[in-house]
Design a binder for this molecule. Sequence first.
Ligand SMILES: [Zn+2]
Length: 187
Amino acid sequence: MSRYRFEAYLDKAFDFSHLVEALPEGRQAPRHPWHKVFDAVFLAAAMQIPSLLQIEAECRRGALAQRIGPISDDTIGYALQRQSPEPVFALGCDIVRRLKRNGVLRSDWSRGLIVAAVDGIEICSSFARCCDACMQREVQHKVRGELRTDIQYYHRIVAESPRNLPLDRHLFRMRLPSGPAQRYAER
Ligand SMILES: [Zn+2]
């Protein structure tokens, strides 16, 4: 699907542009408005662009040059740091509610249940730096060849996304008890 068609679908099904434009701004008088930075990161994620540096390159003279235009990775990072996560989370919930209302998540094989994929990762682990939200644990590691125990600071992220794809059947089956329900899911 082309980016143009993808965005046209999002606007038609979810009024997506207006939802994004309504997100509150966390910075004072920014040069690049938050919805522009959000669009850059969102579209880049949809295109599986893996890093801010590469988003910067795509915005300068790549796939997002016309749509977004030049914007630096520093600007994107700074903008992301200063937004509160709640409105973005609420936007995601709004999308899921609309998907539910439009019957997109319904399917006969899931027996009226909504299937979600849940995955977690750890990021930003450090022995030196931490913030108020850091988790911590004692870790044995080697420093200049010597084994020592230090406190390691880290963050955990858990993401959940609702699913309705035939490909996800195996996942659904794993979560169901065996027996009639499992056979139903296999059909
Ligand atoms: Zn932290």
